[in-house]
Design a protein around this ligand. Structure first.
Ligand code: HEC
Length: 134
C-alpha cells in the first residue's frame, strides 16, 4: 500500500509537466502563425539610410554600376573561341529577367541544389559542347 503511494507523481510535478505541455503547444502555435501580410512587409531598402538610397537611385553616382557596365560588356564578349553569352541568350534584360529570384532551386539534371553560379557554369559547359538550343 505504501509502495503504490510512493510511485505516484507529486501534484507539483504534474502541474509542472502540464505547464510545460501548454508552453510547447503555445510555441508551436506561434510557429504556425500566418505569414506577415504583404501590405505590412517592408523592402530591405527601407532600412537603408536616405543617403545610401539616393546613391543607389543615381546610376552615375552608384559605384555598383561599374560592375553592371562591366558585366554587360562581358555578356557580349566571346572568350577563348567560345560563343558569347549573348549569342545564345540575346538581350540579358529580356532573357535573364527574373533569373535571380528563381535561385536557389533544385537542379533536376544534377539532382541537387543549384545556385546561379552553378547554372552559369553548366551553361558554359553546354556552350563549350555546342549543345545550344536558343
Ligand atoms: C551555346 C549556347 C549558350 C551560351 C553561349 C550560354 N548559354 Fe546560358 N544557357 C544555355 C542553355 C541551353 C541554357 C538552359 C536553358 C534551360 O535549361 O531552360 C542556359 C541557361 C542559363 C542560365 C539559367 C537561366 C534560367 O532561366 O534559370 C543562366 C543564368 C545562363 N545560362 C547564363 C549564361 C551566361 C552568363 C553565359 C555566358 C558566360 C551563357 N549562359 C552562355 C545556352 C547557352
Amino acid at each position: 500500500m505504501k509502495r503504490a503511494t510512493e510511485r505516484r507523481l507529486a501534484p507539483d510535478v504534474i502541474r509542472g509537466l502540464a505547464l510545460a505541455c501548454i508552453g510547447m503547444i503555445a510555441v508551436q502555435a506561434a510557429a504556425l502563425e500566418a505569414p506577415i501580410p504583404r501590405n505590412v512587409l517592408k523592402q530591405g531598402s527601407e532600412f537603408t539610410s536616405a543617403a545610401n538610397r539616393a546613391l543607389q537611385a543615381d546610376d552615375f553616382a552608384n559605384p555598383g554600376m561599374l560592375w553592371v557596365t562591366r558585366g554587360a560588356g562581358l555578356w557580349r564578349e566571346a572568350v577563348g573561341g567560345d560563343k558569347a553569352c549573348a549569342s545564345c541568350h540575346a538581350d540579358a534584360a529580356a532573357s535573364m529577367k527574373g533569373v535571380a529570384t528563381r535561385y536557389p532551386r533544385i537542379d533536376a539534371g544534377a539532382a541537387r541544389l543549384a545556385v546561379a553560379n552553378a547554372i552559369r557554369a553548366g551553361s558554359r559547359l553546354r556552350q563549350s559542347r555546342k549543345t545550344c538550343s536558343p
